[in-house]
Design a protein around this ligand. Structure first.
Ligand code: 3PG
Ligand code: MG
Length: 395
């Protein structure tokens, strides 16, 4: 990465504003954090700053409160979790700008940590409002972006703020860019990319951008229905993106011309309803009954995908193979997850729900790198420039 990092600027004793992505999943009923990996991922930068006696002011969003305060989306529980992990107190404020925030920031001593309130309680954050960015910047001497997962958003705390303070990358951002960048530059081959999840339209950019580097694409999840439909298969009630059928055809054609294989399910699990009690049935991919929808890849497909993945040197995976929140439709996803950890390959997981699944299965230790960015990693690997990266100071 050719951007300056916290290592390249003097932070000793300074007021350092650090944009982190503490947008962690929480249980809707208990409000408990169900996966704190995004908090842990920011620790190297936070600890580095504490060791240098910086006054650490953390900025984050949580959820999508749409520009208004929302009690369930306050960052207090996140601050508590961070304090537990750090083993030191983390102060909080009830707002991210204005008198209370400024007072809390002003009162910080060297080595202390403050997490300001959810940035998205102000509509100005997502609008990229310059005054709001300046009000944030006012509290610090240096700005560090360590929020890789939000770096595809040109929001005030990601983009606008870089106009008012020296802006450098944190260690997480650096690691993400270097690791994901490596996939685009010199992946060890065979390079296999597994895609699932809901939408083809979210993945078109990345599929096209890595087409000339990948040997095989393996497709599962709801998005496989669009590909199957493109091949004129009957897919019953499966969710199809009608707008993306042409794109799917184009991708199939492009792959053929490039000599890349796109593997599609040969059998699928289908169900007539989607809930905890629904039961699935395995059918050939070209014989989905008219009243059912695809909810997972089938056992033959798992076998075929395992076979294809054997010998891979690099594997990138984004998106579950089925409706993984429902245990009986999570089997394909789990089988793929477990299999890739047995291979002698560099394994990289695009963030979002795929990352959550890997953590919940306890497989994270056996994966080379799990990105903290879902949308951000897709955009980056799709060849787009991320505002949260381009605007940082060049080395
Ligand atoms: C994410 O979880 O995708 C990031 O935190 C960005 O959030 P957003 O998708 O709501 O912008
Ligand atoms: Mg997102």
């Amino acid at each position: 990465m050719n951007k300056m990092t916290v290592r390249d600027t003097d932070v000793t004793g300074k007021r350092v504003l650090v944009r982190v992505d503490f947008n962690v999943p929480m249980d809707a009923v208990s409000g408990k954090i169900t996966d704190d990996s995004r908090i842990r991922a920011a620790l190297p930068t936070i600890k580095y700053l504490i060791e240098r006696n910086a006054r650490v002011i953390l900025l984050s969003h949580l959820g999508r409160p749409k520009g208004k305060p929302s009690e369930g989306l306050r960052l207090y529980p996140v601050a508590q979790r961070l304090a537990e992990i750090l083993g030191k107190p983390v102060r909080t404020a009830r707002d991210c700008i204005g008198p209370e925030a400024e007072e809390a920031a002003g009162a910080l001593k060297g080595g202390q940590v403050l997490l300001l309130e959810n940035l998205r309680f102000h509509a100005e954050e997502e609008a990229g409002n310059p005054q709001f960015a300046e009000a944030l910047a006012w509290m610090g001497d240096v700005y560090v972006n360590d929020a890789f997962g939000t770096s595809h958003r040109a929001h005030a705390s990601i983009a606008g703020i870089t106009r008012y303070l020296p802006a450098v990358a944190g260690f997480l951002l650096e690691k993400e860019i270097n690791t994901l960048g490596g996939l685009l530059e010199n992946p060890a081959t065979p390079f296999m990319a597994i895609f699932g999840g809901a939408k083809v339209s979210d993945k078109v950019g990345i599929l096209k951008n890595i087409m000339n580097k990948v040997d095989t694409f393996l497709i599962g999840g709801a998005m496989s229905a669009t590909f199957l439909k493109a091949k004129s298969y009957e897919i019953g009630q499966s969710l199809v993106e009608e707008d993306s059928i042409d794109v799917a055809l184009e991708l199939l054609r492009e792959a053929e011309e490039t000599g890349v294989s796109i593997l599609l399910p040969v059998d699928v699990v289908v169900a007539d309803e989607i809930n905890d009690k629904a039961s699935g049935e395995v059918v050939p991919a070209d014989a989905v009954p008219a009243d059912r929808r695809i909810v997972d890849i089938g056992p033959e497909t798992v076998k075929k995908y395992r076979h294809a993945l054997q010998g891979a040197r690099t594997i990138f995976w984004n998106g579950p193979m089925g409706i993984a929140e429902i245990p009986q439709f999570a089997r394909g996803t789990e089988a793929v997850a477990r299999y890739i950890t047995t291979l002698d390959a560099t394994t990289i997981i695009g963030g979002g729900s795929t990352a959550e699944i890997i953590y919940s299965l306890g497989l994270d230790d056996r994966i080379t790198f799990i990105s903290t960015g879902g949308g951000a990693s897709l955009e980056f690997l799709g060849g787009k420039e991320l505002p949260g990266v381009v605007l940082l100071k060049d080395k």
